[in-house]
Design a binder for this molecule. Structure first.
Ligand code: ZN
Length: 308
């Protein structure tokens, strides 16, 4: 089930809506890395990324593969003419960007792996984090947007397109009039709970929102609804929540997770009987062990799987 990776020298790109993180190395303990702002010119940042990877290759030796975990939506079908493209993103300048092609032009003769940023992060946690030893778990990120990667039977789930759990529709909390910020759906999960949604709701940055502010109640309640739904659909052995919002601002990460866990228990109401959903829920809903490095470590794993 748990294939080990060869510690080959590989490149990694975590393509985010705010920044691109790049790394070269053999494992999480051996990474040279750099970040570039994503901006609104894909050509510029992709040139910066490929130039840097080329420099590292001259310095450290030939890269055996490159793994790319990208924000999306993206096209993951290898036989599609737009394979490797970012497709319908609302992000300015990035619609229909051939991200894989830009890397392929500079590295024509090595394997390139391409997946969603959250599937990448799930893979990072699978090999080196809180997904180790598990075959079915979910990795969720709550930041600029909300996305989730899913491991099912030890394989990343792709399906028809790829998971877009950030756009789940959730029951409204009675009395909550916040319209939500998703350009496609308004009050989907991302529309209600992303970083920009929290900012719009509280009219201040997460770091400034006092612990007793109602925004944290709403935030953790909607997250709990979403997690409860995902538990019912996918029956994961664990739910890992990464991204910036789970740090909880002034509330703090521990209290944030305690609120989410308690509300997941209320939402499920002991219908499903399993210790991780009851007395062991502290170990069931957890932050990533790799912290903010889950994504870039996952891109390293994506690359190494191509040669493992
Ligand atoms: Zn949406």
């Amino acid at each position: 089930m748990h294939k080990s990776l060869k510690n080959a020298l590989v490149g990694a790109i975590e393509a985010g809506g705010t920044k691109f993180v790049c790394a070269v190395g053999t494992c999480p303990q051996d990474l040279d890395r750099i970040e570039f702002p994503s901006g609104d010119s894909p050509e510029l940042v992709l040139a910066q990324v490929t130039d840097w990877l080329g420099e590292q290759q001259r310095r450290r030796g030939k890269l055996q593969a490159i793994g790319i975990g990208s924000f999306g939506p993206i096209d993951l079908h290898r036989d599609s003419p737009t394979y490797g493209h970012i497709t319908s993103t609302p992000k300015s300048g990035w619609r229909n960007t051939d991200i894989l092609g830009a890397v392929r032009r500079v590295f024509p003769d090595i394997p390139l792996a391409f997946d969603t940023d959250v599937n990448g992060a799930a893979l990072g946690e699978f090999y080196w984090g809180n997904g180790e030893g598990l075959h079915d778990f979910i990795y969720i990120t709550i930041g600029t947007g909300i996305g989730g990667g899913v491991m099912v039977g030890g394989q990343l789930l792709h399906g028809l397109v790829h998971s877009e759990m950030g756009h789940l529709r959730l029951p409204r909390i009675p009395g909550d009039a916040f319209a939500g910020v998703c350009p496609f759906h308004g009050d989907c999960w991302e529309g209600l709970c992303s970083g920009p949604a929290l900012l719009a709701r509280a009219k201040m940055a997460a770091e400034a929102i006092p612990p007793e502010h109602e925004a944290w109640d709403r935030e953790t309640q909607y997250i709990a609804y979403a997690v409860a739904n995902l538990v019912c659909v996918l029956s994961p052995q664990r739910v890992i929540i990464g991204g910036s919002v789970r740090k909880g601002g002034q509330l703090g990460q521990d209290r944030f997770f305690r609120m989410v866990r308690a509300r997941v228990r209320v939402a499920l109401n002991d219908y499903l009987v399993s210790p991780p959903l009851q007395e062991d829920i502290d170990r069931f809903i957890v932050p990533p062990l790799l912290g903010d490095d889950a994504g870039i470590c996952g891109a390293i794993a994506l690359a190494q799987r191509e040669i493992a």
